[in-house]
Design a protein around this ligand. Structure first.
Ligand SMILES: [Zn+2]
Length: 47
């Protein structure tokens, strides 16, 4: 699972963060973290 910090925008992988009560940004320590869906391998044809 990929997470993105709500303040600094730092994106980080955190497989084990879901079991931790308080998720914090490893970059700035901010606690508002958004889940980011991993990049889906779906290509859009550019004309
Ligand atoms: Zn941050």
């Amino acid at each position: 699972m990929t997470y993105r910090c709500g303040r600094c925008g730092h994106v980080f992988e955190a497989k084990d963060l879901e079991i931790i009560p308080s998720i914090m940004c490893p970059n700035c320590g901010y606690r508002i973290i958004f889940k980011v869906r991993p990049a889906v391998a779906k290509r859009v044809k550019a004309v």
